[in-house]
Write a new protein. Sequence first.
Length: 314
Amino acid sequence: MFRLLGSFCVLAALLTATPPAQAAEAGRLVAVTDQNYDTPSAARIRLMDPAVANWGTAAAQKWTWSPTSANGFSGLTGAWGLPTDVKLRMKADAYVAVVSDSRGLAALIGYPSGQRLWAVNVGSANNPHSVELLPDGNVAVAASNGGFIRVYTASQGSSSATYASFPLPDAHGVQWDPVRQVLWVLGGSKLLALKITGTPAAPTLSEVSTVPGLTAGGHDLTPVLEDHDRLWVSTGSKVYQVSKSSASIVATFDQPGIKSVSSMPNAQQVRTTPKAGCRTGWCTDTVNFAVPAANRTIPGAEIYKARVWSSRYE
C-alpha cells in the first residue's frame, strides 16, 4: 500500500510542477474512450490524471473532446458515439491527436484546441477500431468489420478521402514503428509489419514480416514505452509482449478479455476489461493499473479503451 500511495503522490507532485505539454510528453496522463451507446452525442474522449484517486471529480479530468460543428465537424457528428481509439502525436512541432469511432469517424485534431485538421467517415458498417498518424501526415485506420487497413492521404487536405488498402480480417490495431519504418497491424491471430511506399499522395502497402504464435481475437496493439523494442498485444485469451527486432513473442500472460493494454514509461500497466453491469458487453467504468496496482473509476462511464497519453510511437 505504501508503494502504491507513494507512487501516485510523486506523480501528483510532478504533474503540479510540470507544464501540460511536458506532462503529456512524459506519459503521466491517461486518455479513455468513453462511449455512450444510447446517446452518441454524449460520448467523449476524457484525459484523466491517475494521481487523483477519485475520477468522479472535476480535478481528475484534464481535457475532454467530442466532434461538434464549432470545432469543424459539421456533417460528421453522426459518425460519432462509440469512440474506439485515441493517440497523442506530434505534427510540425505541435501536439495533435488521432481519433477513431465505430460509427465511422476517423479524425486528426489539434491538441488541446480540438479543432479539426482532417476527418473522413470510414463508414459505420466497417467499424473503425484503431488509428495512427504516420510521419508523412497520412492516417492509418484499422476496421474490424471492413477487414482492412487503410492509409488515408490526410496530408493532402482536411477532407482527403483517397486511401491505399491492405486486406486484414478482423483488423483491430495499427502502430507505427519509427526505427524500422513499418506499420505494425493486428487482426485475428495475425500481427504483421507493413511497408508503406509510393508517395504521400499515392501510398502503397506491402507485407514485410509476420509474428507467429498469437491466439485468435487480436484486439489491442500499443508500444511498451519502457522498452523500445517491444509491443503490447492483447487477444481474446492472452496478453503478449512482442519483440519488433526479432518479430517474435517474448512474453505471454494468461489474461483473457483485455480490451486495451499499455504501459507508462515507468512500466506501470494500464488496462481495461469489460465489467458486468456496463451498458454493452465491451465496456467498463474502471481503468485498472498494475505494478503498482490501482483502480480508477468514472461513475456511469462506458469506457472501451484507456491510452497512456504520450506522443512517443515507442
